[in-house]
Design a protein around this ligand. Structure first.
Ligand code: C2E
Ligand code: MG
Ligand code: MG
Ligand code: MG
Length: 283
């Protein structure tokens, strides 16, 4: 019987699964080569004042341009990079590129705003993460206030005590923190209260449902209102993600969310185009 089961177990690994595993291993290998070849770069999406469209800060987002495959979305490679640990090589490269770009803008007298960099759960768990971030700031001659770190709600809430220690250290050094994809995990409000964060970002899945009449999506509308209320109660800024049309913007403004980002205002753009966004008068 055991043998039969064993055999059945063996058959559980189908050729299709081997192919999928093979593909993931190849993608992982390609990522490692891509880093050496400099195929990763950043684009920047403005976070704006929803009423005026004025740029308040930027979010840096990584892009991979493969010479043959073209653009590969971070949605495809970041989760794999987290799983394989490659993110521990890619993350520092992203942070370095973002900080060097801020320094370059400053050197050229571009009116700079804070740049938010996404930090993965895996990076957050590294014992030297704070030193690493402070080291890059020092190397590039930036102020801690030039940088912001985005951590997803689910990353923040796993190993919560360690998260609190790490984020408190960062915050003490002047690096601001925001909680990304808020509303998708199950934050304990008690923990949220203890996290030294300055903003929560409403996950775009909720905002996305507001593209037509919010009355058609009462649950999503209620969640958005609850997050805005929570932000007000805890004294946190609330930033909405994924705003694509004016219905979404108006719903958010009507309910007291004044900051956000989305294609309605700007797609993520290369560094060269950021200047125009920061200096609309000169455009
Ligand atoms: P995220 O940090 O929540 O970033 C927001 C994502 O929404 C970005 O996708 C952005 O391009 C997209 N977006 C912005 N406005 C709109 C809109 O109006 N409509 C829609 N449909 N989408 C919009 P992107 O750049 O593909 O990144 C996906 C995710 O990959 C990010 O989600 C983040 O979790 C991860 N990621 C991206 N860059 C990095 C990075 O440098 N490091 C780490 N650890 N993760 C990253
Ligand atoms: Mg983000
Ligand atoms: Mg997000
Ligand atoms: Mg996301």
């Amino acid at each position: 019987r055991a043998k039969a089961e064993g055999r059945r177990c063996y058959h559980f690994y189908t050729p299709e699964m081997d192919a999928a595993l093979q593909e993931r291993m190849e993608l992982d290998q390609s990522m490692r080569q891509a880093l050496e070849r400099g195929e990763f770069h950043l684009v920047y999406q403005p976070r704006v004042d929803l009423a005026s469209g004025r740029v308040l800060s930027l979010e840096a987002l990584v892009r991979w341009h493969h010479p043959q495959w073209g653009m590969i979305s971070p949605g495809r490679f970041i989760p794999l990079a987290e799983e394989t640990g490659f993110i521990l090589s890619l993350g520092p490269e992203v942070l370095r590129q973002a900080c060097e770009q801020i320094r370059a803008w400053k050197a050229r007298g571009v009116p700079t705003v804070t740049v938010a960099v996404n930090l993965s759960a895996r990076e957050l768990r590294e014992p030297d993460v704070v030193d690493r971030i402070l080291g890059v700031l020092a190397d590039t001659g930036l102020e801690a206030s030039d940088l912001e770190i985005e951590i997803t709600e689910s990353a923040a809430m796993s190993s919560i005590e360690q998260t609190i220690r790490t984020l408190t250290e960062l915050n003490t050094q002047g690096v601001r923190i925001s909680i990304d994809d808020f509303g998708t995990a199950y934050s304990s409000l008690n923990y949220l209260k203890r996290l030294p964060v300055h903003a929560i970002k409403i996950d775009q899945s909720f905002v996305s449902e507001m593209k037509d009449d919010p009355a058609n999506h009462p649950e999503d509308a209620a969640i958005i209102r609850a997050i805005i209320g929570l932000g007000e109660t805890l004294g946190l800024k609330v930033i909405a993600e994924g705003i694509e049309n004016t219905l979404q913007r108006d719903f958010l403004l009507d309910h007291g969310c004044v900051q956000g980002q989305g294609y309605l205002y700007s797609r993520p753009v290369p560094a060269e185009d950021v200047e125009r966004l920061l200096n609309p008068a000169q455009a």
